[in-house]
Ligand binder design. Structure first.
Ligand code: BTN
Length: 234
């Protein structure tokens, strides 16, 4: 396992994607800071020193089909949550599809990008950074100071354990664990699907990794591409 530690880069995901041929499965690139950190749906991930900012590569032994690789963000999410419990015991929640929350605020975000048959998994975690006053009601960092390299290695090793379980057919056990920490469960959410907006109540995540939402007494299932949960609503 290679662990490349950079001081500053635009984005560790960009770096790994550009140099993908130089990396093997579970090789890691970290940076103390990113100048153009990226989040999901084209959002910016504002990076600062003290965060764990890293990407690692997953090169599956065989080509994953869409039903398998759409579960990777969920697996990365529960692996990150489980790794955080090893680092500092707190009441973490898993926010579908792949954020980690603590005290109703975001602790970590994950961006999984497909490059041919491989996957670059980028993770940002608020570890030692101070949360700026303007976002104190939506973001949180860990209570104590931690060794960032150790946090990163723990997350990647824990992901490898979960991915091995997934590969040996234990998805439903992983899903049970995911649902145990489901942050959205029973919360009122606003769902945007294309130009339609629905108000509903989030339920469990189903075996396809989709979120069940009760809308007007009917249960609809959404995948990550279809749903947008409005900020400030939950
Ligand atoms: C999200 O919450 O939308 C996902 C955020 C992912 C941020 C991490 S930080 C390390 C890696 N490099 C990036 O540019 N993004 C990911």
């Amino acid at each position: 396992m290679k662990f490349l530690k950079l001081d500053e880069i635009d984005s560790t995901n960009n770096y790994m994607k550009k140099n993908i041929d130089k990396f093997s499965s579970y090789d890691i690139v970290s940076a103390k800071n990113q100048t153009s950190g990226r989040g999901r749906r084209g959002n910016t991930w504002v990076s600062s020193k003290g965060m764990a900012l890293f990407s690692f590569l997953l090169k599956p032994d065989k080509k994953l089909d869409i039903n398998e690789y759409t579960k990777l963000p969920l697996i990365a999410g529960i692996a990150t949550l489980s790794a955080m419990k090893k680092i500092e015991e707190n009441d973490y929640k898993y926010k579908w599809t792949n954020d980690i929350y603590l005290e109703e605020k975001k602790l970590s975000g994950i961006l999984v990008e497909k490059v041919e048959n491989d996957f670059v998994i980028g993770i940002g975690i608020n570890v030692n950074n101070q949360i700026p006053e303007e976002i104190k009601d939506i973001a949180v960092s860990l209570k104590n100071k931690h060794d960032i390299d150790k946090v990163i290695l723990t997350v990647v090793e824990t992901f490898a354990d979960y991915y091995n379980k997934f590969s040996s057919g234990e998805w439903l056990d992983i899903l049970d664990e995911i649902n145990k920490y489901n942050f959205l469960k029973n919360k009122k959410i606003k769902v945007n699907v294309g130009s339609e907006v629905y108000n509903g109540e989030a339920l469990d995540i189903n075996k396809d990794g989709r979120l069940a939402v009760k809308i007007n007494n009917e249960i609809k299932y959404f995948n990550a591409g279809e749903i947008r949960i409005e900020k400030g609503f939950i």
